[in-house]
Write a protein of this length. Structure first.
Length: 319
């Protein structure tokens, strides 16, 4: 799906000699290990990303995400294990492979005296199979400021330039490191559409983000890391449901002496009672019967689906 009202731009199919077998995964990581001294930053992890799939790599600071991505980008050497991007080892710095990979880093050091148009045009000149400057600027919402110098742009506009530069070579693999940092909610939604359109073009996307709503909206699959290891690898719905508690019922009540029920109960600091359950219907029936029998008002009663963020915090926090 492209930006609303804007059709996705067409793309030429890359020649066979530039691509690995279309049937294999675009990114394959097997038993990857990386240590710094006695610290195992990445401890025997395995996962893959298929063509036309968006996979989000999540984890707290120090989980091993950045090390893993830098190894996949060919910027860091691994200690052991196997890594393949489009069927090739990124450590060998293959120029043909590099042309098929787009990267949005956490920060970039582009010359601030260049205009947006000049910057994108310069980067397109590096690629044989290149996108049109006007199409890229339109896709990421930079048409109105294409004559502005980079030094005058806001943080959100600079982030869109980073994304534009990742797309100019018509990549088959995209590494996106916090691509919507600094964007307002409306701009974030537009960038989501751009990322989703890459899925439709068959691009494999590996995404890191601290916005869990973004991950839940975009990702086909989520890989959660903690302490250098993978603690979950599933669809967002699968990860949320893996705890056996997928619905949250919350309310304020004078009495908190609840009957036993098919739920897990937590008393929050603001006086809110929060129940997580897999059986929302039976839990609501028991809760309302209990409240009616004792004449208790359930103030601010709310029933909602459990979020990916809640499950993520459980997976990555200390017991």
């Amino acid at each position: 799906m492209a930006l609303r009202g804007v059709p996705p731009r067409s793309r030429k199919v890359a020649p066979p000699d530039r691509l690995a077998d279309a049937n294999q995964e675009a990114i394959v990581v097997e038993n990857l290990e990386k240590a710094y001294g006695s610290h195992r930053a990445v401890a025997n992890i395995s996962f893959s990303v298929g063509a036309g799939e968006i996979v989000s790599l999540l984890g707290p600071n120090g989980a091993g995400k950045t090390t893993t991505i830098e190894i996949l980008e060919g910027l860091r050497r691994r200690d052991s294990g196997s890594v393949r991007v489009l069927g090739r080892d990124p450590e060998r710095r293959d120029r043909g492979q590099n042309a098929l990979v787009g990267v949005v880093p956490q920060s970039s050091g582009i010359d601030g005296e260049l205009t947006v148009h000049e910057t994108v045009k310069l980067y397109t000149s590096f690629y044989r199979d290149r996108a049109r400057v006007s199409e890229v600027l339109r896709d990421v919402g930079l048409e109105e400021c294409e004559r502005a110098r980079l030094s005058t742009l806001s943080g959100g506009q600079r982030r869109r330039v980073d994304l534009a530069l990742a797309l100019v070579g018509n990549p088959r693999v995209l590494f996106l490191d916090e691509p919507t940092t600094g964007l307002d909610p409306a701009a974030r939604r537009k960038i989501w559409d751009v990322i989703s359109s890459q899925r439709a073009l068959g691009v494999a996307v590996l995404l890191t983000s601290h916005y869990l709503d973004e991950v839940q909206h975009l990702a086909d699959r989520v890989v959660v890391m903690r302490g250098g290891r993978i603690v979950a690898n599933d669809t967002p719905a699968g990860i949320v449901g893996s705890s056996g508690r997928v619905v949250v019922i919350s309310f304020h009540a004078v009495s908190t002496t609840l009957p036993n029920g098919p739920w897990h109960c937590v008393l929050l600091g603001n006086g809110t009672v929060e129940l997580t359950t897999e059986d929302a219907t039976e839990s609501m029936r028991m809760l309302l019967d209990w409240a009616a029998r004792l004449g208790i008002d359930l103030e601010s009663l709310e029933v909602r689906q459990r979020s990916l963020e809640e499950r993520y915090l459980e997976l990555t926090s200390d017991a």
